[in-house]
Design a protein around this ligand. Structure first.
Ligand code: PEP
Length: 254
């Protein structure tokens, strides 16, 4: 059985008091109202990690994640944060390769391959993001592009390593735009990604990996998207900043 996951990427939003309020509301609502076994991951800015970690406490199904990490253990990399630091602050997940990091910080699949393997070496679970821009989809090249992203960043991993990775398919044209991929488009790409993994590793490995959909998921569309056989949950941006909306997205698995 694959893990169901709903992860909230807060991006560069919320002061510490705002973040603590948001996290407390989500934690209480999830504890009181959710009737499923999905893992919930709160992914605040780095500086809020320890504060949010103390609110999560020892919950069995609410976890902490970071939005990025560096590919070296430590050293003269001003402004960067290492995997070991994230673990020490209570994070167990890290988003790698978000389209905003690719676009604004020029992260390449080669760099992401290093980051993914470094995160795994430090027992941090990568949430590896892949997905095409609108022009690529319109040119009918979306599968080729996602295949290349997955191959370059993940296929240097061993079987045991890749089993620990979570993949998030996030079509760039659907992120923060209000335009969601249809449930069929999400399913088609998720099945395609799973097949690439099955061909490279094995069907068992492919069947064990959670693949999340990201791109304007809201309480209104979450149920339909999450009900697709190869969609194991969501990476949520905008809607993760509203405790009621985010909780209702988690409840889509009820
Ligand atoms: C994201 O940034 O990963 C994302 C999916 O954002 P949104 O839900 O706002 O489209």
């Amino acid at each position: 059985m694959r893990k169901k996951i709903v992860a909230g990427n807060w991006k560069m939003n919320c002061t510490l008091p705002e973040g603590k309020k948001l996290a407390s509301e989500v934690i209480h609502m999830v504890e009181d109202e959710v009737n499923n076994d999905a893992d919930v991951i709160l992914i605040p800015p780095f500086i809020h990690l320890t504060g949010i970690h103390s609110l999560i406490g020892s919950s069995n199904n609410i976890f902490l994640g970071a939005q990025n990490c560096h590919q070296h253990q430590s050293g003269a990399f001003t402004g960067e944060v290492s995997a070991e630091m994230l673990i020490s602050a209570g994070a167990t997940y890290v988003i790698l390769g978000h389209s905003e990091r690719r676009e604004y910080f020029h992260e390449t699949d080669e760099l992401l391959a290093d980051k993914v393997s470094f995160a795994l070496d430090n027992n941090l679970t990568p949430i590896f993001c892949c997905g095409e821009k609108l022009e690529v989809r319109e040119a009918g090249k979306h599968e080729d592009l996602v295949k290349t992203q997955v191959e370059k960043a993940l296929f240097g991993l061993t079987k045991d390593q890749i089993k620990k990775v979570v993949i998030a398919y996030e079509p760039v044209w659907a992120i923060g735009t209000g335009k969601t991929a249809t449930a069929e488009q999400a399913q088609e790409m998720h099945a395609f990604i799973r097949k690439q993994i099955a061909d490279k590793y094995s069907q068992d490995v492919a069947d064990s990996i959670s693949i999340l959909y990201g791109g304007s998921v809201k309480p209104e569309n979450a149920k339909e998207i999450f009900s697709q056989p190869d969609v194991d949950g969501g990476l949520i941006g905008g809607a993760s900043l509203k405790s009621r909306d985010f909780t209702n997205i988690v409840k889509a698995f009820d």
